[in-house]
Design a protein around this ligand. Structure first.
Ligand code: NDP
Length: 475
């Protein structure tokens, strides 16, 4: 009996994904460039060995898979993917499907898709979320490629995806780079979500003087309510952990420098390219960069001193109640921005990205899984072409309910001198987006003054320049 699917690349992600595929009843052929990894993988596969065909040559690997052959590649992102595709072209045949399941930039995916045109092979760019654990026990899977190639892999992918209740978290999202693009925006939203949680933690720790344990208790309570999510749950857990070396709270001995591998940055770059504000994601990426300037920040603190009062004034319990609503409001801003970026990309790249489906497949198997995504799914199901999440009836009501708390939190943080860049950016986004008459009329006047760029008049009259003569003449 031939294997239903093949997988190349048996490092952490590939091995876990292969075990998941085998465990769900699918026969799988596996190959790794260095054969010792294939041997170790097979030796440790235990009861799943029956469904695994370990291969030490690409000839044997290809022969082991039922045509048209879906071949997942889970190798180091970047050049290795292109090298492997070039090699596989010599072994695969008409109709076979190369599936890149690594963290690729969607622009590379589009280029790889195009590169295979006319070769008889097709390409799927597949975003796989949820890290090692997700790969092993059920990831959220975002697929981009032709509909025909999706049909070939749909049964296997459906069997291995995370399930939200009984609903599998996998979907075909569109052609070529659609899957990797959506995965990128997922990661951007993840950055914003994590940053906002960290800002709330900062207000509890520095503004109210809470211990890590007290912060953990706050998150524990919130996790039983509307903020119920994987990220709040793990925040509760890590804040409660004790350092075995010093006996202090574990978080208190961790250096405050955040790492990043690049997908958050890609999200922000694509938002800028598309002209869609994703300020909460940008703030989160910038905050990680600023966090890495540890020495510079310490030097600046010595020169400038800390700003503000340092403490949140007033009733601490009322402030903590506000924090819960402020975090909810901030999340609404970040997700609204992420979905708006996807809507524009969908138009730009011709993908028809299905918004309710995207929210649906993020409800399990990925880092941003939450009850909140269920509400986004409902909102977009009711109004799939909404311009922005915040104008759907359900979310408009939530913004109105929560933005007062966000405003008080951002104002108190500013007075205390405690930085909340992502929360503040979400507030500014709401305040700008909901204001029919803004201030860009002045910018248009300035642009016309120095560059004769012209402007539209509110009365529609046909006069497109101001009465300032040639501004440049006086320059
Ligand atoms: P690595 O990124 O460490 O890559 C190692 C694997 O790539 C090995 O199997 C290695 O083979 C193979 N490889 C490297 N170069 C080549 C080449 N030129 N030709 C063939 N094979 C090659 O593996 P990970 O499992 O950590 O990650 C795999 C992918 O998954 C990456 O794209 C990564 O970004 C992504 N990832 C996704 C995560 C998620 O949450 N979705 C989390 C972590 C990673 P050999 O043994 O012979 O060296």
């Amino acid at each position: 009996q031939q294997a239903e699917i093949g997988l190349i690349g048996l490092a952490v992600m590939g091995s876990n994904l292969a075990l998941n595929i085998a465990e769900k009843g699918n026969r799988i052929a596996v190959f790794n460039r260095s054969p010792d990894k294939t041997r170790t993988f097979y030796a440790e596969a235990g009861a799943l060995q029956d469904r695994i065909v370990p291969c030490e040559s690409l000839e044997a690997f290809v022969a082991a898979i039922r045509p048209p052959r879906p071949v997942i590649i889970m190798v180091k992102a970047g050049d290795p993917v292109d090298e492997l595709i070039a090699t596989l072209r010599n072994y695969l045949s008409e109709g076979d499907i190369i599936i890149d399941a690594g963290n690729a930039n969607f622009r590379d995916t589009i280029a790889r898709f195009k590169g295979l045109e006319g070769s008889g092979l097709t390409f799927i760019g597949m975003g796989v979320s949820g890290g090692e654990e997700g790969a092993r026990h059920g990831p959220s899977i975002m697929v981009g490629g032709t509909e025909e190639s999706w049909k070939r892999v749909e049964p296997v992918l459906t069997s291995i995806a995370a399930k939200y209740k009984d609903d599998p978290c996998v979907a075909w999202l569109g052609e070529n780079g659609a899957g990797h693009f959506v995965k990128t925006i997922h990661n951007g939203i993840e950055y914003a979500d994590m940053q906002m949680i960290a800002e709330i933690y900062g207000l509890l720790r520095d503004g109210l003087g809470y211990s890590a344990k007290a912060c953990s208790e706050v998150f524990s309570l919130w996790n039983t309510r509307r903020l119920n999510s994987y990220l709040i749950e793990i925040s509760e857990t890590v804040l409660a952990a004790t350092d075995p070396v010093t006996g202090q709270a574990m978080v208190d001995v961790i250096v405050d420098k955040a790492g990043q591998k690049g997908t958050g940055k890609w999200s922000a770059i694509e938002a800028l390219n598309l002209g869609i504000p994703a300020t909460a994601i940008e703030a989160a990426v910038a905050a990680r960069s600023l966090s890495s300037f540890k020495t510079k920040r310490m030097d600046a603190e010595a020169i400038l001193g800390l700003p503000g009062t340092g403490r949140i004034a007033g009733d601490a319990d009322a402030f903590v109640a506000d924090l819960e609503l402020a975090l909810l409001a901030g999340k609404i801003g970040a997700y609204a921005q992420g979905f708006a970026v996807m809507a524009e990309a969908s138009r730009e790249f011709g993908w028809s990205l299905p918004m309710p489906t995207i929210a649906r497949i993020w409800r399990a198997g990925c880092i941003i899984r939450s009850q909140f995504l269920d509400e986004i799914t409902s909102a977009f199901t009711a109004m799939p072409d909404a311009d922005n999440l915040i104008v759907t009836p359900a979310f408009a009501a939530m913004v109105q309910e929560t933005d007062g708390a966000l405003r008080r939190v951002v104002a108190s943080a500013a007075l205390a001198g405690l930085p909340v860049p992502a929360l503040a950016s979400a507030l500014a986004y709401f305040d700008t987006y909901r204001r029919g008459r803004g201030t860009a009329n002045l910018i248009q006047a300035q642009r016309d003054f120095f560059g004769a760029h012209g402007f539209d008049r509110i009365d529609g009259l046909d006069k497109h320049h101001g009465p300032w003569g040639s501004g440049l003449a006086d320059f």
